[in-house]
Every structure is written in structure tokens, then in C-alpha cells.
Design a protein around this ligand. Structure first.
Ligand SMILES: NC(=O)C1=CN([C@@H]2O[C@H](COP(=O)(O)OP(=O)(O)OC[C@H]3O[C@@H](n4cnc5c(N)ncnc54)[C@H](O)[C@@H]3O)[C@@H](O)[C@H]2O)C=CC1
Ligand SMILES: O=C(O)CCC(=O)C(=O)O
Length: 528
């Protein structure tokens, strides 16, 4: 069945075309995102949801999204998506981190000019027939200091453009290296210094716990008198009441805002001030940027839904379309090894260690580990998949350790999974052969080679003559048909292991009878 995607915001038509061309059915309902109840009623029928900023993907919407696998944000900020809730439900959240950054930087520069020369007010006055030539006296930008808070993709584009305008550029970004700042030709400073020196302050950070109200009353008081503030990032970065007061007091000479604490902003404490310029969250609104983000989000979502490729996900490691087919058998192996351990373990797992040897160690092991965790948790949790497994494991205090190393034994690629529980350790290992099928190659200390099949019995026993006959006889008496039988032991007369693929379920009484057989140490019926 072809996957189905809902576009619930005003995305460029390019998106719908790309989805269709890439084998995905698409419904374009560009106003649905503004009606949460209608969206909640519809979302259950879709595998993907493509949005801009109007759709709020809340925990309630996600609760109704039974089939949803991916949310694609045609843009950068994913603050309109409850990412932890999406992750907990195993839904990938993707964005398009570069598609609108030049456009948004250009908007910030445009707002800076609008402030410096009071263009909106001068325009309104002129068109009102007033010709107030003496009312408008601007300031030059050239030679002024621009303070950039947050120097990522957009901040960098703003900084380099400002350098081209002959401004001095100082930046505050704790995650920007001194080397990178030097390459860009900007001066890296602390926040207080930026506030004290900048003639224009422009904000380009995401809205996080650290950046919320970064322009607070206290920080606005630290700015240079006559400063002009530009916010093209997120509303919550500025204390709007404090900014209004600073404007009224004449400390701040002007403010240009594209984003607001509450959007859509139909009312705001900053509206109506003569030295305030506002736009309705237009930072990303150019034909070029909208075409780019729509195209990119549709490509990324289609690639995920049809080929398993993960690009620009904020809650899962990236997997390219080329990597996906190479990764797939190991993802399957990992999930099955996890399921094997999860079904054998008789106590909760405290720690899981994954060792990747040989070729598999060169792949995106984070995605393979996520799959192993998902398999491990499946026997105890209903809705778990590789996207949410790491977060669930973390919540439950499971320590996850990952080691990659060169091949040490007979296998070109080997994956070992060891789980530590309060009742001891369980170690298993597996590989993928040239036929692409995952195999178990070791359980505990015993080498035993078996394919995974839907129904299996694993028995560990003392290596004694006659055991296999008695065991097989018991299965026959219980009308359990054996498909394949794999055997291994650590030493003659030591410990042995049988991994038996059977047709159909193993009744509880049959399993109990196996456990009663002389020499049996442990027996488990497994489903894969
Ligand atoms: N107005 C609009 O239409 C648009 C707004 N945006 C907003 O712009 C923001 C920035 O976008 P990008 O530059 O693409 O993101 P980015 O992730 O490339 O850059 C963000 C920068 O902020 C820095 N940062 C994080 N925490 C910080 C802190 N506490 N103090 C100082 N710097 C900090 C990071 O180190 C990073 O360099 C987005 O998060 C989004 O909210 C993005 C696109 C359009
Ligand atoms: O889609 C839009 O218009 C908003 C863009 C934006 O804010 C973002 O990409 O973070």
C-alpha cells in the first residue's frame, strides 16, 4: 500500500508534486492545521504530516495519529511540534535546516534598514500626502556595530552580509568556536559585552530554556542607549513588556519584530509605537525559500516512507538512501537479537552493551543500537519502535554502551549484545550472511548457528547421551513439528544448547514438559 501524507499548512505546490512522483499519496488541506479538532479527526489516516508553523502538533494530535511515522517541518524551528511526545510515540520529526536561512537573514537585514531609515513610517506619511521631509532623520549603518546573538546558519548569513555593509560585527554564541569566528571575520564576545557595545542587536537563536527572555528587562538595561533591536527568530526571546518600556523611555531607539510571544499576533504591547516595525512572521516567506523547503521536506519524507532513509531528523540519527539498504539487514538482526534477549531475560535489564565488529562497525551503529533496544523492550511494552526506544530505555535507567572494533573472529561482521540484569548476564551474537538473512551465531558461551524464524524454542541443557532423542520425542508427542534443529556445546559432556525452529505456537504445557526433562537448565519459547 502506498504511504499517505497530509499537508496541513500552506506549502508550495512543489511538495505535493514531489510526493506523488515518489510514490506517496498526498492530501493538500492547507488550512486544516488551524483547526486542531478537525486535524485530530483526520490525522489517524496518514503515515506522514507535512507542516509549516501554523499547525501545532500537540500530544493530543499525536494521540490520535495511530499510523503516523513522520512529521516534516518545511522550515527550521520545530517548536510547534511536541518533539518529546512524537519521540515517545516513535514518530520521526524532520526539518529543513538550510532551505530558508538566506531568506530569513535577508529579512533581518531588511528590518535593520527599515529601522535605521524609518521606512515604514516614512512610507505611510508620504502616501498620506504629508511630505514630512524634516520628520525623518535616519542613521547610517556603515561603521556601526551589529551584535548577533546566535551565530548558526541564519546568524552567519546576517553577519557576513553586515560585514559587506561595512559594519563591525560582534557575536555572542557559546557554541561558536574562536576559530570559526575568526574565519567569518567577526569578534566573539560575551553577552554583556555585546549588549554594551552593539548599535543594533539581532537575534538568531532557537527558543530554548536558556534563550527564553534573553532580552529580559535586566539585559535590555545593559544595552547601549539608542540601540535598535531586531528579532527574526522567535517571540519568546524578548520580554515584550520590558521592550515596550525601554522604547517609551527612549533607551531603545527602535525595534523590528517578525515574531511574537503569541502568534498570530493580533494584539501586542509593542503595536502602535512609532519606532516599531512589525511583520507577520515573514522571515521565511520568499518564493525561493518556500519552493526550497517544500521540495526538501517532501523529498525527505518520501525517502523515509518509501526507502527508510532518515535526513535532518531532530530525534533520530541520519541514514542516507544509499546507507539504508546496507543498514537494513543489521537493523533486522539487532531487533531480533534484542527480542531474543528480551524474551529470555527473567528480570529487568539494567545495562546493555553492544559490540560491533568488522564491516558492521563502519555503518551508522546508532540506528542499529536503537533497533536492538526496540527489540529488547518489545516483550514488555506494546508501542515501541527504534525512534522511541532510546528515550524509553533512558527513562527506565537502562545504561547503553556501544563499542565498535575490527573483526576479531571468523565473521566479516559480528554484532554482540550483552544484557546485565539483576539475575545475571545474557550474551548473544549474530551476523548477516551474503543472502542478507540475519543469523544467531552464539548464545552465552556456546557457538550455535541458526536463522530466526517466527516460532522457536531455545533450550540449554547438560550435554548427555540420549537427550536430543527425548527432547525431539516430546515435541512429537506434543504435535509440534520441527522445521530446523541447531545444536552447539561448549565441551563434550559440558553445557549444550539447542535452537529449534518449529511450526506454530509452543503450548505452555509443552514448554513446562521440556523444562522437566532430565538435564534441562533453561528453556524458552520465542516469537520473532
Ligand atoms: N522568522 C522566521 O520566519 C524564521 C525564524 N527562524 C528561527 O531562527 C532560529 C535560528 O535558525 P538557524 O540559524 O537556522 O539555527 P541554527 O541552529 O543554525 O543556529 C542557532 C544558533 O544559536 C546558537 N545558540 C543556541 N543557544 C544559544 C544561547 N543560549 N546563546 C547564544 N546562542 C545560542 C547555536 O549555537 C547556533 O549557532 C530558528 O531556531 C528559528 O526559531 C528560522 C527560520 C525562519
Ligand atoms: O514557515 C514559516 O513561514 C516560518 C518559518 C520559521 O519560522 C522556521 O523555519 O523556523
Amino acid at each position: 500500500m502506498r504511504p499517505r501524507v497530509l499537508i496541513s499548512d500552506q506549502l508550495s505546490a512543489a511538495a505535493a508534486q514531489i510526493f506523488s512522483m515518489r510514490g506517496v499519496d498526498v492530501d493538500f488541506q492547507p488550512t486544516l492545521g488551524k483547526h486542531p479538532e478537525k486535524l485530530a479527526a483526520a490525522i489517524g489516516g496518514y503515515d506522514g504530516l507535512a507542516i509549516r508553523s501554523a499547525t501545532k502538533v500537540t500530544a493530543e494530535i499525536l494521540g490520535a495519529a495511530k499510523r503516523l511515522k513522520v512529521i516534516g517541518r518545511a522550515g527550521i524551528g520545530v517548536d510547534n511540534v511536541d518533539v518529546p511526545a512524537a519521540t515517545a510515540r516513535g514518530v520521526i520529526v524532520m526539518n529543513t535546516p538550510f532551505g530558508n536561512s538566506v531568506t530569513t537573514a535577508e529579512h533581518a537585514i531588511a528590518l535593520m534598514f527599515a529601522l535605521a531609515r524609518e521606512i515604514p513610517a516614512a512610507d505611510a506619511s508620504t502616501q498620506a500626502g504629508k511630505w514630512e521631509k524634516n520628520r525623518f532623520m535616519g542613521v547610517e549603518i556603515s561603521g556601526k556595530t551589529l551584535g548577533v546573538i546566535g551565530c548558526g546558519n541564519i546568524g552567519t548569513n546576517v553577519a557576513t552580509r553586515a560585514l559587506g555593509l561595512k559594519m563591525r560585527v560582534i557575536v555572542y554564541d557559546p557554541f561558536l568556536s574562536g576559530e570559526r569566528a575568526a574565519t567569518l571575520g567577526v569578534e566573539k564576545v560575551e553577552l554583556d559585552e555585546l549588549l554594551a557595545r552593539a548599535d543594533f542587536v539581532t537575534l538568531h537563536t532557537p527558543l530554548t530554556a536558556q534563550t527564553r527572555n534573553i532580552l529580559s528587562r535586566e539585559n535590555l538595561a545593559k544595552t547601549k542607549k539608542g540601540v535598535r533591536v531586531i528579532n527574526c527568530a522567535r517571540g519568546g526571546l524578548v520580554d515584550e513588556e520590558a521592550l515596550r518600556k525601554a522604547l517609551d523611555d527612549g533607551h531603545v531607539a527602535g525595534a523590528a519584530l517578525d515574531v511574537f510571544a503569541t502568534e498570530p499576533a493580533t494584539e501586542n504591547p509593542l503595536f502602535g509605537r512609532p519606532n516599531v516595525v512589525c511583520t507577520p512572521h515573514l522571515g521565511a516567506s520568499t518564493t525561493e525559500a518556500q519552493e526550497m523547503v517544500a521540495l526538501q521536506v517532501a523529498e525527505q519524507m518520501s525517502d523515509y516512507l518509501t526507502r527508510g532513509a532518515v535526513t535532518n531528523a531532530v530525534n533520530f540519527p541520519s541514514i542516507s538512501a544509499e546507507e539504508a539498504p546496507r543498514l537494513r539487514p543489521y537493523v533486522e538482526l539487532a531487533e531480533k537479537l534484542g527480542l531474543l534477549v528480551g524474551q529470555i531475560a527473567s528480570a529487568g535489564v539494567d545495562k546493555i552493551s553492544l559490540v560491533y565488529e568488522g564491516g558492521v562497525a563502519e555503518l551508522k551503529t546508532k540506528a542499529i543500537t536503537a533497533s536492538a533496544l526496540s527489540g529488547l523492550l518489545k516483550p514488555i511494552l506494546q508501542d515501541v519502535n527504534p525512534v522511541c526506544a532510546a528515550a524509553i530505555a533512558k527513562d527506565r535507567g537502562v545504561v547503553v554502551e556501544e563499542i565498535t572494533r575490527e573483526a576479531e573472529g571468523d565473521y566479516e561482521s559480528l554484532m554482540r549484545l550483552r544484557a546485565v540484569t539483576s539475575q545475571g548476564e545474557i550474551g548473544v551474537a549474530g551476523t548477516v550472511f551474503h543472502d542478507g538473512k540475519p543469523r544467531i551465531v552464539r548464545v552465552g558461551d556456546i557457538a550455535v548457528e541458526a536463522e530466526f524464524t517466527p516460532s522457536m524454542i531455545v533450550v540449554s541443557n547438560e550435554d548427555r547421551p540420549g537427550f536430543i532423542g527425548r527432547f525431539a520425542g516430546l515435541l512429537g508427542d506434543a504435535k509440534i513439528n520441527i522445521a530446523t534443529f541447531a545444536l552447539g556445546r561448549d565441551s563434550p559432556g559440558g553445557s549444550a544448547m539447542a535452537i529449534v525452529a518449529v511450526d506454530g505456537d509452543v503450548p505452555e504445557e509443552a514448554l513446562a514438559a521440556i523444562r522437566r526433562l532430565n538435564g534441562v537448565k533453561r528453556a524458552a519459547a520465542l516469537r520473532f
